[in-house]
Design a protein around this ligand. Structure first.
Ligand code: FES
Length: 347
């Protein structure tokens, strides 16, 4: 007897007609081709290979979990690494995401491979029982319905019946009317702000134009465009895009070349609107030049192009190019990119 014949399934015979015959399986469809056994069912060596593959996937998952724990312990929280094509990202977040992803993927892949190649390959037919009600039951239901209609006086009280139909027809309109609040679309409004070349920076608290000497080292100063007043009709919408924060950093501590070029004597101006979902950023850590969004803890490095170093924000804070004219700080251009969350850009 050849090895292949030896390994033909014995205990795992399928009830499909091709394996056991129509007499044993009265529901087998005679039009179907015979059941084809998987290579693992007829070749023990193939079954062993699949077993090793599944075990390897589970083993990789175990190693990935160990790597996850090791990363959590070993990688400093502020370690930044360059990963192509992601750019600068948190090394800890990257390692945790990668190792956890591999661990979960390998468990899933191992389970799927196990089920597809080694678990039972039986085809089972089951009789479908009639679900139609018997004539007696149908007659009872109709009689109950007629009795209910009679007792409710639905046919006789036409005023009630018609007004009920009217109420039921109108009530869904409330939901339809609420759809109006989904519009109008913002179109291009979210792509632009009140900042453009020559607009002075005004202190948001004192309403006075800002001079470079007003920006002290270690403090966070909030600014708005000159001319934007709190009693303006559309002030809330405008300040939601225009709000700016300024800090002074030693120029030699500014890591990003473009940031340095767009600054004035170490004064840098960034949008105050978090790029996650748009909360105003308000916490500044002067030692690290990090700013923190209080909503979901996104953290940005103002000494390195406003890039995200922690949290759910998807991209860096936009920087405003500033300069000085007649002793006052002013914008040298508008923002080079839309401020706020990226979904704002979908006008
Ligand atoms: S809105 Fe800033 S982190 Fe979510």
């Amino acid at each position: 007897m050849s090895e292949t014949e030896e390994n033909l399934p014995s205990e795992r015979e399928t009830p499909h007609e091709g394996a056991v015959g129509k007499a044993d399986n009265p529901f087998a469809d005679p039009g179907l081709p015979p059941h084809e056994h998987r290579i693992q069912d007829i070749d023990e060596r193939a079954a062993k290979r699949s077993e090793r593959t599944v075990a390897m996937l589970f083993l990789v998952s175990m190693l990935a979990t160990v790597a996850f724990i090791a990363s959590y312990v070993a990688i400093p929280i502020d370690k930044i690494v360059y990963i192509f094509p992601l750019g600068h990202v948190s090394g800890l977040n990257f390692a945790l995401g990668l190792t956890l992803g591999v661990a979960l993927f390998c468990i899933g892949a191992g389970a799927v491979h196990w089920a597809r190649t080694l678990m039972s390959d039986e085809e089972v037919a089951d009789e479908r029982h009639p679900i139609e009600a018997t004539p007696d039951v149908k007659a009872k239901v109709l009689a109950d319905f007629a009795q209910g209609a009679k007792e409710s006086q639905f046919g006789r009280r036409k005023l009630i019946r018609n007004t009920m139909f009217g109420a039921l027809a109108l009530v869904p309109l409330s939901g339809v009317v609420l759809l109006r609040d989904l519009g109008p679309l913002p179109e291009k409004k979210l792509r632009t702000t009140g900042w453009k070349k020559g607009v002075r920076l005004v202190n948001q608290s004192t309403n006075l134009p800002l001079r470079p000497e007003d920006i002290a080292v270690g403090s966070l100063t909030f600014a708005k465009p000159e001319g934007l007043e709190e009693n303006d009709e559309d002030f809330a919408n405008k300040i939601a895009k225009d709000a700016l924060m300024l800090v002074r950093i030693q120029p030699q501590n500014i890591k990003d070349k473009q940031e340095l070029a767009w600054s004035h004597e170490g004064i840098v101006a960034y949008s105050k609107i978090c790029t996650h979902v748009g909360c105003p950023i308000s916490l500044y850590e002067q030692q690290t030049h990090h700013v923190l969004c209080p909503c979901h803890q996104s953290t940005f490095d103002l000494s390195d192009g406003g890039r995200v170093i922690f949290g759910p924000a998807g991209h860096a804070l936009p920087q405003l190019h500033i300069t000085v004219k007649d002793g006052f700080l002013e914008a040298a251009s508008e923002f080079a990119e839309p401020v706020g969350p990226s979904f704002w850009e979908r006008g």
